[in-house]
Design a protein around this ligand. Structure first.
Ligand code: CP
Ligand code: NVA
Length: 311
C-alpha cells in the first residue's frame, strides 16, 4: 500500500486520476476480503479518528465508525454543538488541538469554507463527510457500484435528474470527467451546476474524453443511459426553500415511465436518504433497476480504502 498524494480529501478534484483508480481498486480488495471472512484487517492499530458532525447522518457516520473499528483503529463521534466549537472556539484552534490527539478528522459541515479552514490548521488529514459543496466519499461508493454493476467505468453514461447544483452531483460530475464517464444532467433553469464546478469538470472532460451536457428535459438525459441517478430536491440546510424547490423540480421525478426510456439494463442510483414520492417513486427505488442498497454498503468498503491510504 502507498499513501495518496493529497493530505486531505475535501474535494474529489484533489485526487489525481491515478489515485482515484487506486482508491477504487483498494476498496475492491477490502470488499473481497470482507466477503472472504476477513472483516478485520488491522492496518490502523493504535490510530484514532475524530468525526465531527454539524448535520445528521446515518450512512456516513455508521460506515466510518465501523470502518475504523474493522481497520483496528478507534473512532470518536463528536457533535459540533457538543464541542467548544458550538460556544465559539475557533475552527483553527480546534484543528490545532485535535491534531495533538488523533490521526485524522472526518467532518460534515454546513459551509465548505469551514472544512477548508479546518484542514488549513490541521497537521493531520481532514476528510469531507459532506459539505454544501461536495460529497467525495459518496462518489467513491457510487463509482465502485457502477464498476461492479457494469464491469467498467469508461464510456458509461450517467443521467442525473434533479437539482443540478446538488453537492452529491458536484463530486460525481468531477470524478466522472476524470474517468471518461459521460454525464447528462437534466435540471430546470436556475439549478444549473455552479460555474466553478462545471469549469473543473469540463477541463478534466477534455483531457479524458468524457461528454458533459446540461439539458432541461429528463427524457432527453436518460436516453441511452446506463445509470439514472437522483438526489433529494431539498438538501440539509435548504429547508427554508422547500416549497419553491418542490415546485421547480416537480417535473424531474424518476418514475417508471422515465427510467424505461433508458437502456434496458439501466441501474437506478441514489445516495440516500430518499424522499420517496418526491425525486423518486417507490416502484423505481424498490424495483428491478435499483442498486441503492449495494451502493450504501459500498460506503463501508470505500471509506476503509480512504482511511487506510490517508491515515
Ligand atoms: N448518503 C449519505 O451521506 O447518507 P447520510 O446522510 O445518512 O450519511
Ligand atoms: N444532497 C443531500 C445529500 C445527503 C446525503 C444533502 O446535502 O442533504
Amino acid at each position: 500500500m502507498r499513501r495518496l498524494k493529497c493530505k486531505d480529501l475535501l474535494s474529489i478534484a484533489e485526487l489525481s486520476r491515478e489515485d482515484l483508480i487506486y482508491l477504487l481498486e483498494t476498496s475492491k480488495l477490502f470488499k473481497s476480503r470482507y466477503y472472504a471472512g476477513e472483516r478485520v484487517i488491522n492496518v490502523l492499530t493504535g490510530k484514532s479518528l475524530a468525526m465531527i458532525f454539524q448535520k445528521p447522518s446515518t450512512r456516513t457516520r455508521v460506515s466510518f465508525e465501523v470502518a475504523m473499528h474493522e481497520l483496528g483503529g478507534y473512532a470518536l463521534y463528536l457533535n459540533w454543538n457538543d464541542l467548544q466549537l458550538g460556544r465559539g472556539e475557533t475552527i483553527a484552534d480546534t484543528a490545532r488541538v485535535l491534531s495533538r490527539y488523533v490521526d485524522g478528522i472526518v467532518a460534515r459541515v454546513l459551509r465548505h469554507s469551514d472544512l477548508v479552514e479546518l484542514a488549513k490548521h490541521s497537521s493531520i488529514p481532514v476528510i469531507n463527510a459532506l459539505s454544501d459543496l461536495e460529497h467525495p466519499c459518496q462518489t467513491l461508493a457510487d463509482l465502485l457500484t457502477i464498476w461492479e454493476k457494469k464491469g467498467k467505468l469508461e464510456g458509461i453514461k450517467i443521467a442525473f435528474v434533479g437539482d443540478g447544483a446538488d453537492n452529491v452531483l458536484n463530486s460525481l460530475l468531477i470524478a466522472s470527467a476524470k474517468l471518461g464517464i459521460n454525464i447528462s444532467i437534466a435540471t430546470p433553469v436556475g439549478y444549473d451546476p455552479k460555474g466553478d464546478i462545471l469549469r473543473i469538470a469540463e477541463s478534466e472532460a477534455v483531457r479524458y474524453g468524457s461528454v458533459i451536457e446540461v439539458v432541461r428535459e429528463p427524457e432527453e438525459a436518460v436516453k441511452g443511459a446506463d445509470v439514472v441517478y437522483t438526489d433529494v430536491w431539498v438538501s440539509m440546510g435548504q429547508e427554508s426553500e422547500r416549497a419553491k424547490r418542490i415546485a421547480d423540480l416537480s417535473k424531474y421525478r424518476v418514475t417508471v415511465d422515465l427510467i424505461k426510456l433508458a437502456k434496458d439494463d439501466v441501474v437506478f442510483m441514489h445516495c440516500l436518504p430518499a424522499k420517496r414520492g418526491e425525486e423518486v417513486v417507490d416502484e423505481v427505488i424498490d424495483g428491478r433497476w435499483s442498486v441503492v442498497w449495494d451502493q450504501a454498503e459500498n460506503r463501508l468498503h470505500t471509506q476503509k480504502a480512504v482511511l487506510a491510504l490517508l491515515l
